[in-house]
Structure formats: structure tokens, C-alpha cells
Design a protein around this ligand. Sequence first.
Ligand code: C2E
Ligand code: CA
Ligand code: CA
Length: 653
Amino acid sequence: MKPKLSLAITLCGWLFPVAWLLLYRLEERLYVGVYEIKAFNVLVLLVPFVYTIIGYFVYEREKNFTRLKKSEVEYRLLSQELQLYSKALETMQLGVTLTDLEGKIIYSNPADLSMHGYDGDDIRGRSVNIFAPNTIWNPMTAEKIKMMKRWRRESVNVRKDGSKFPVMLMSDVVMDFAGNPVGVVTTCEDITHRKDYEAKILSLAHYDSLTSLPNRFLFQDRMSVAIAAASRQRQMLAVLFLDLDQFKKINDTLGHSTGDKLLEHVGRRLGKCVRPSDSVARFSTDPELHMLARFGGDEFTILLPGINQAEDAEKIAQRILDVLTKPFIIDDRELFINASIGIALYPRDGVDNETLLRKADMAMFHAKESGRKNFHFYCDSMMALKSERYSIESELRKALERNEFRLVYQPQIDIPTGRIMGFEALLRWLRSGNEVSPNAFMSVAEETGLIVPIGDWVVRTACEQIKCWQEAGFDSLSVAVTVNISVIQYRQDGFVKAIAAILKEVGVDPRHLHLELTETTLMERTEEAIIKLGELRSMGLGISIDDFGTGYSSLNYLKRFPLTILKIDQSFVKEVNFDKQSAAITKSIIELGHGLNLTVIAEGVETKEQAEFLIENGCDGLQGYFISRPLSVEGATELLKKGDFSGLMSGRL
Ligand code: C2E
Ligand code: CA
Ligand code: CA
């Protein structure tokens, strides 16, 4: 606004003397006579000064008025802005609290109030400790002000009802124009969801979803902590490595969902064993540190810190084996499962995670090798065995090239006629001049996949032998050579084609070749097996089911498999004269085989009594040391020349 009035007044004041002068000029024509009055002249001369002074005062007032007007506009704008800010504060999701320098609440926005369960202004003037009871409000020192600049931290706040919840807080100091602190503003975010999510992720990363037990990562983490504590306190610690015996069989034959349920039950039972109880009350450390984990597959690990002697670990191991002997009821079916346990001790066997776990694993492997369902402590000789395993692996890789394999042939006798019905081809490895049985290297061959080329070699060599015998005139169709097929070989996609190709290449009638597969192999992916076996059968090959009675055969499938021979497992034959149960099982296997139209052969027949029992109970064929040990090609050829065993059989029986 311009100072119009003050200017007009001042101008008016100066108009007086001008007018006075004009009047004076007109004096001759217009006689007024006032000019003679001196006082008037002085008065007229004073008027502009008086008006200027008045103009000045009016100007000052006008200036103030303009300033006032300006600040009124500014004030209006400011209050509009403030309204916007306060609206933003009212509607924002984030809690905002303003406190004075003593930590007294000046203001809390609605989000903050509802987050903490308060309503209205009932918190104004109260200490900020009502949100965080454990917070100690220190005086505002320069250092604290510095620290509080955009100070972010996670904390736990308390609601009015006493419940706690996780929050993310960010504080900042509010300064006045002079730069002095006047209060603290804190934003508060409820991070319950984020924390839950984090916990879920953490749980997924650290816990096994099937058994809810800690997984290998968490186990190893705890193990490191326990080892550090054991080292400080000069204590002993045990690591148990547990592997379920023949779990794969259950998985393969009853399906993965049954296998999973069994693992869940096993986990629960193991959990009860590991918890410190009266029998192991001597454990001195925090029971929280005792840990059972699912290490992977059917492997569990147990950490026992603070044990006083090896026997403490032994007790737990024995307790585990004991509780596992009771059957598990899964889907109305009774399942039995055992475990083998390896134990390694800190500091005796190792001082770090990796060494202890490796040695416990090695000891477990040993427990399995020595008959399963037991536990073993690690000892240094196991390391030697392990390196023996490595050397088997590296030598086995070269054995095919070096032509170190050969087949031996064990005859199978047809009981009614006494004639040779066939041979089982058994693999031998001439390792550094010593003959090695497949039991010593088969697991390595399977684990490394070397069994596939070795298996092909077996089929090819057996076919070449058949061809050789045929060419030598032993072309009786009833004689067949049986080869053992490993599950790894059988699972290969091109398995059937590979067999067909070898037969074609060598030029052998498929009827002379029998494939022997174990019960467990066949019960894996049963529908696929029906197709695979069907293809082999339609080519003319015979199919034997080996080691019958040891797996979990489903009779339903057995009926659908196009089998030709069923072989009773040696373990029953061995006991047939002493153990009623084995005798009963053997009898029912013979009946079952006949019911399915299969030829039943008993293997591992070592004594006359066993042979008599089998003959009496209608078994069709015998194989075993009682008849003959596996023979070299020459030995088998000699036997074929004789043609039958009737003389030998009648002589022996
Ligand atoms: P298997 O198929 O059950 O073979 C029978 C095993 O029992 C053979 O052991 C045989 O020598 C032995 N045996 C035969 N008669 C008697 C007897 O009267 N008493 C006793 N105690 N044992 C007897 P071997 O040759 O050591 O073979 C062991 C296992 O290795 C075989 O068990 C078979 O599963 C596997 N195997 C052998 N050759 C091959 C092969 O070419 N390929 C594959 N994949 N596995 C093979
Ligand atoms: Ca066999
Ligand atoms: Ca067998």
C-alpha cells in the first residue's frame, strides 16, 4: 500500500502559501487587506510545516498499517499451512509424539494414540515412559542432542493394556530460532508384521518344515557356540549322528508321504530322548543347548554339551535305540524302523564342527556296516577304513579298462529232475591280484554311478558266455544265465534299450538271459516297473525277484509284475531248521510263489537238512554251497558237460 493520505496532507499544507502568494499578486485588482495583517502572513507560512508534520505522522501510521496487513496475510498463510500439517499428522499411519526436554508428552497424533491403545488427550503431560517403561530419560546434553539427530532404532513399546509390540522409532531434536533445543519429535512404526515375517523367514531358514526341528544350519551354528563354551569351561561335548536303517525301503515301497509321516514321528520320539531327564541329570550345562536337528533326509544329529564322560552320550544313544524299537503306527499300519548312531567327542575326536560331524558320520557308517541298530564311537581305525573306501573308488574307476572283472557262475538245480536249470552270474574283481566280492565294492560302485558301465559289462559278458556255450553244443533251451541288476542301473532311462542292444549285438536268444532284481528295486515306482518289466518280458527275457521276504512287497503289485522266478532270501533258508518263524515264512513264500505261477528257488542252501526241508515243502529249485560254490567258466563248463546233478543230489540227500 502506498502512503497516499500522508502525501495529500503534506501537499495540501504547501498549497496554502502558494494560494496566499497568488492572492497577493491579485492584490491590485482585488483588495482584500489581509496581507497587511502580519500575524496572518506568519500563520500562512507556518501552515506547510504543520501539515508536513501531520503528513509525517499519517505516513508512519500508514506504514504500520501496511506492515500489519502484510503480517496478517502471512499469518493467514501460515495458519493454513499449519492446518495442513496438523491434518497430515492427524491422518498419517505413522505415530508421532512430541515431547519436551524432560520427556513429557506435548502431543501424540491419533495413529500413535491408537497404536498404544490410548484415546483423547489422556497422555498429555505424562512421561514418555508410559510407552517404553524401560527408557531412562537423560537430560539434554550436547552429546545427547548430537546422538538424537535422526536417531533410528528398533524397540519394544507397551500398550495401555500392558501388551508389548515391536516398533521402529526415529527421533529428532526440535530447535528454536536461536538454535536451542525445545523438544523431541519421535515417529513410531508398529513393525509387528515385519517381525512376524522375519521370524517366518528365519524359521524357514533354520527349521525343517517337516519335523519342525532345527535344520543343519541352525545345528552347526549352535554347535559352534557349544564348542566355544566347552573350550572355555574345559568341558566335553558329544555329537551324535543318527541315520535310520533302510528308510529308503519304506520310502520306495510305501511312498514318500508315509516316509514323511514316519520321519515326523521319529523326530518327535527322538525329541523326548534328548531332553535331559533323570537318567542323564548329570548334564551340567544349559539344557537349552542340547539340540536335536534333522540334518537332511533320514539323518538326525544330536548335540550334547557339557557331558562328563563318554558314557553319558552312550546312555542317550542306547535310549534312542530303545525307543525306536516300539512300532510306529502310521495310516493304521505298524512300521518298524531302527537306527545306526555314530558318536564323536570334543575335544578327543576334533575341535571344530566339520571334523566332529565328519567323524560322527564315519562312526555311524561303521555302526551300519557292523549290522545296523547299534551305535559306535569314532576311533582312528575308521579313518583308515574311510581312506580304503577312497582307494576302492579310484581303483574301481580303472578296473574296467584294466580288465579286472570276471564272472563266476553258480548253478541252480531243478529239484524234480536234478538237472541244471541255470547259472547265476556273480561278479568278481581281481583287485591287485586278490579276488574281491561285490559286497566289498558294490556300494561304492552304486554311489559313484560306476555300476552302470560295470553292469553293462556284466550283461555283455554273460551274453557272450551264453553264446559260447551254445556254440560249444550246450544249447539246451532250459539253461539260462541270470545276471544281477543294480537299482541304479535299472533306473536308467535307456535301460531296456541297452539290454536289447547287447542281446542283438552278441546275437543271443533273450530267453537264455534272466535279469535278477531285488524286491526293493521292483517296488520303487511300481507303475513304471510294470511297463519296464513288461517290455523285457515281451522280448523273451526271464525276470527273477531276488532276496524275497526282506522288503516290503505289496502283493497287489507282485500279482501285476510279469515275473518268472521268485528267490527266497538266504536269511530264511539259513534258519529254516532251527527257527519256526523262518520255516513258516519259507513255506508261505513257496506257496505264495506258486499261487502267482512263479518258479521258486531257494538260495544259500548250505546243508542237507535245508535242502530236504525245501524239497519237502515243494520248492522248485536250489542254489547254494550245498550244490556248488560259484564256479569259474571252466568249472561251469565241466558241470554242463555232466548235464545234471541227479547223481550228486541222490548221493547227498
Ligand atoms: P545275491 O544276488 O544274493 O547273490 C548271492 C550271494 O550269495 C553271492 O555272493 C553268492 O556267492 C552267495 N552264496 C551263494 N550260495 C551261498 C551259500 O550257500 N551260502 C552263503 N553264505 N552264500 C552263498 P556274492 O557273489 O559275494 O555276491 C553278493 C551280492 O553282490 C549278490 O547277492 C548281489 O546282490 C551282488 N552282485 C553279485 N554280482 C553282481 C553283479 O554282477 N551285478 C550286481 N548289480 N550285483 C551283483
Ligand atoms: Ca542275486
Ligand atoms: Ca539274493
